[in-house]
Ligand binder design. Structure first.
Ligand SMILES: [Zn+2]
Length: 337
């Protein structure tokens, strides 16, 4: 048996070891029970006695060398693996982090809260009502005659069982008046529905804010003061109001209230169609028939009501030109306002 050539083969093999698996295979090949060195020991007894001792020593030395070599290569491989692992798991602390997507209040809700805040400051109580209404609360008690066009199928979304989706927040007034005794000073903001063809300016649903103040000796002067406070609170100070006569069944006299254009300050621009005014509000003194419908004496009590288009106010305030953006939850849009 040529121990020297075995040793040379061994040294060459170690040079090519790249992994711990390869190293283990080498260990089995040389040191295993059926390995080269063990085979050498088995063959010792076939040798003449004078050679036996020398060969035994050679084999023992070789085994020792192999063991040492195995240990040092294993150490080298483990070290390489640790280095690779560190490289793989290296964290660059100067890299920018992942931005968290914070939620925020929708601008419609923000507007609702702002308007409610102004109302509370003026002494109004915030009330709410159902979006599914009946004919009495949505039309009849509000002095809508039976053949008023808004009771038509073309304007209102009717539900089975004589119910409908409320077409204005005025229905909330009636419910509140039925519950309360005068004086009454209430404010409501909510979603209302109309049967509309959806366009950039019209949607099937929109939001109204509505106030009602009933007491002895309430006058149009009070109404003007309250509306001025709302416009100042929502858009900022300095905007003039303009009152124009108009008709709503539940008020007498009724009026539309224009606000000086918040974009051009009344000079005239594309948004106000060069009129210098924006139509935002409807208002009026509560019709005696409405007071009678809820059991108030119109000889004793007077009051005013006003309604605002919240979506339009939000669109003006934030410079939005399509009402559908307020409803479709588009993240890109919501983050931009
Ligand atoms: Zn303008």
């Amino acid at each position: 048996m040529d121990v020297r050539s075995i040793r040379e083969e061994l040294l060459k093999s170690f040079e090519n070891v790249r992994t711990l698996e390869e190293l283990e295979a080498l260990r089995v090949r040389f040191l295993g029970k059926k390995g080269v060195i063990q085979q050498g020991f088995k063959k010792l007894k076939e040798l003449p006695p004078e050679e036996k001792k020398a060969m035994g020593k050679l084999l023992n030395d070789l085994r020792k060398e192999v063991e040492e070599r195995l240990a040092s290569v294993r150490e080298r491989l483990l070290e390489e693996e640790r280095k690779q692992q560190v490289e793989r798991e290296r964290i660059d602390v100067t890299m920018p982090g992942t931005e968290l997507a914070w939620g925020s209040t929708h601008i419609l809700r923000k507007a609702k809260e702002e308007l409610q805040y102004i109302a509370r400051k003026l002494g109004f109580t915030i009330v709410d009502g159902p979006e599914v209404e009946d004919d009495f609360h949505n039309f009849e008690a509000l002095n809508f005659p039976p053949y008023h066009p808004s009771r038509d199928m073309q304007d209102t979304l009717f539900l089975p069982g004589g119910l409908l989706l409320r077409t204005h927040t005025s229905a909330v007034q009636i419910r509140a008046l039925q519950r309360k005794k005068p004086p009454v000073r209430i404010f409501t903001v909510g979603r209302v529905y109309r049967r509309e063809e959806v366009t950039a300016r019209k949607f099937l649903a929109f939001h109204q804010a509505e106030g009602l103040w009933i007491d002895k000796k309430v006058s149009i002067g009070h109404l003007k003061g309250v509306l001025a406070e709302f416009i100042k609170g929502f858009f900022g100070p300095g905007y003039k109001l303009r009152f124009r006569p108009s008709y709503f069944p539940f008020v007498e006299p009724g009026m539309e209230v224009d606000v000086e254009c918040v974009f051009c300050g009344g000079k005239g621009c594309k948004v106000c169609q060069y009129s210098g005014w924006l139509e935002i509000l409807g208002a009026g003194m509560v019709h005696p028939n409405v007071l009678r419908a809820v059991g108030y004496d119109p000889e004793e009590y007077t009051g005013f009501a006003f309604g605002m288009g919240v979506d339009r106010m939000v669109m003006l305030k934030y410079g939005i030109n399509d009402i559908r953006l307020l409803f479709d939850g588009n993240q890109k849009f919501l983050r931009s306002v």
